[in-house]
Design a protein around this ligand. Structure first.
Ligand SMILES: [Zn+2]
Length: 391
């Protein structure tokens, strides 16, 4: 009997040590593996583009998934696309941190069901709280807490923006020379609400200010561009939009099915965002926006964050991104165009965050004026949030 207990104890100790080793080694391995770049730093940038980048008073990006990887964002990394030291180097105005919460296995851009999920195993090997392993809303809350922890431990160099007042104070402090950068919390995939309006309240309290209604599969709110049915708004979705609007949360239509985009634009009383998407006009695929959709989003007063990766812009560098931005701006007006990198989104990006001056160079070649480049690189996002965040 005693030897049986001993074997059991040894087995348990072995499992615990094994789990700790996994939690220490596997997350950085996965992070490195899933966040490559086509072009690695250091970047060769023309002096004109560099100088223009340095004159930009506010850069902003509407979508990055850095929180998924359990990376310590307070530290500088040689892999991945974004961390706070790199944001400070680049004088980043605002990075939206979107929280991925359920991703099907055998992921594809055409058709996915909601039956499988890769995030459970990822959360396990990342040593996330047990409560978040099987619970989508808890998964989001765990990531949100992580971003707030980074802010708390950043010695004042990083803030989470939740209100218009936060943003005004932050802009003021930057203007007075304070070295500080900021993030805003968003959700990628409204299945995290689990069809329960109370979770919306919890997300709001956690600082979430933007929600991408769908991700890779149809959910309780509506259809995904990559789903099975790809339908429009459900009854829950129809109740959710006004509720989000009353709380001044921003509706994000990235990954939405065409019917969902159309249904939301029919009832929206506030401008929407498409946080990261390309345009069919330069790169025709299922996830990109049609001319008609671009027109409607402009009429709604919304913003499109033009995505910067191969599936979205059909290229491997910022020449392709700038071409998409030119196309979107010609249809919508430059005031509706922003950046939506999809940094750290389990895809190869053209560069990491520090390569953004190369995008400025590509925008100059597309004949955008300095004023227009200011607007695209972040001015439009700043103005949008100053108008539409809660007070
Ligand atoms: Zn995405």
């Amino acid at each position: 009997m005693r030897s049986f207990k001993r074997i059991l104890f040894l087995l348990l100790a072995f499992l615990v040590v094994g789990y700790v080793v996994v939690v220490l080694l596997v997350p950085p391995y996965l992070d490195k593996k899933y966040t490559p770049v086509h072009q690695a730093p250091p970047y060769e940038i023309s002096p004109e583009a560099r100088a223009l980048y340095d004159r930009l008073d506010f850069t902003a990006d509407l979508h990055c998934d850095a929180l998924l990887w359990r990376r310590n964002l307070l530290k500088r990394h040689t892999y991945g696309h974004v961390d706070i030291p790199r944001m400070l180097d680049m004088h980043t105005g605002l990075q939206v941190f979107s929280m991925v919460n359920k991703v099907p296995k055998e992921l594809n851009f055409q058709k996915n069901s909601d039956e499988t999920d890769k995030i459970t195993l990822l959360y396990m090997v990342q040593g996330r709280p047990l409560s978040s392993w099987f619970d989508l809303s808890e998964r989001v809350l765990a990531q949100a807490r992580a971003l707030h922890r980074f802010a708390k431990k950043s010695n004042g160099s990083f803030r989470v923006i939740e209100t218009r007042t936060d943003l005004l104070n932050y802009l003021n402090d930057r203007e007075n020379g304070q070295e500080v950068t900021a993030g805003m919390l968003a959700i990628e995939g409204g299945q995290a609400l689990e069809g329960n309006m109370e979770n919306l309240e919890a997300f709001y309290r956690a600082g979430v200010r933007m929600i991408g209604l769908t991700h890779f599969f149809d959910n309780e709110i509506g259809g995904s561009a990559h789903g099975v049915e790809r339908g429009g708004l459900t009854d829950f979705g129809r109740a959710l939009i006004p509720k989000m609007e009353s709380k001044k949360m921003i509706v994000d239509l990235a990954h939405a099915s065409p019917r969902l985009v159309s249904d939301v634009l029919d009832i929206a009383t506030r401008p929407v965002v498409v946080s990261h998407a390309g345009v069919k006009g330069t790169c025709n695929n299922q996830r990109n926006l049609s001319d008609e959709q671009l027109r409607r989003i402009a009429q709604n007063g919304g913003l499109v964050g033009v995505a910067m990766f191969e599936v979205a812009d059909c290229g491997k560098d910022y020449t392709a991104t700038a071409r998409s931005i030119r196309y979107a701006a010609d249809i919508m007006g430059v005031e509706h165009v922003a950046l939506g990198s999809d940094f750290d989104g389990a895809i190869a990006c053209h560069t990491d965050l520090t390569g953004l001056p190369l995008l400025v160079e590509a925008l100059q070649k597309e004949d955008f004026s300095e004023e227009e480049i200011q607007a695209i690189m972040g001015g439009n996002v700043r103005n949008f949030l100053l108008s539409w965040l809660p007070d």
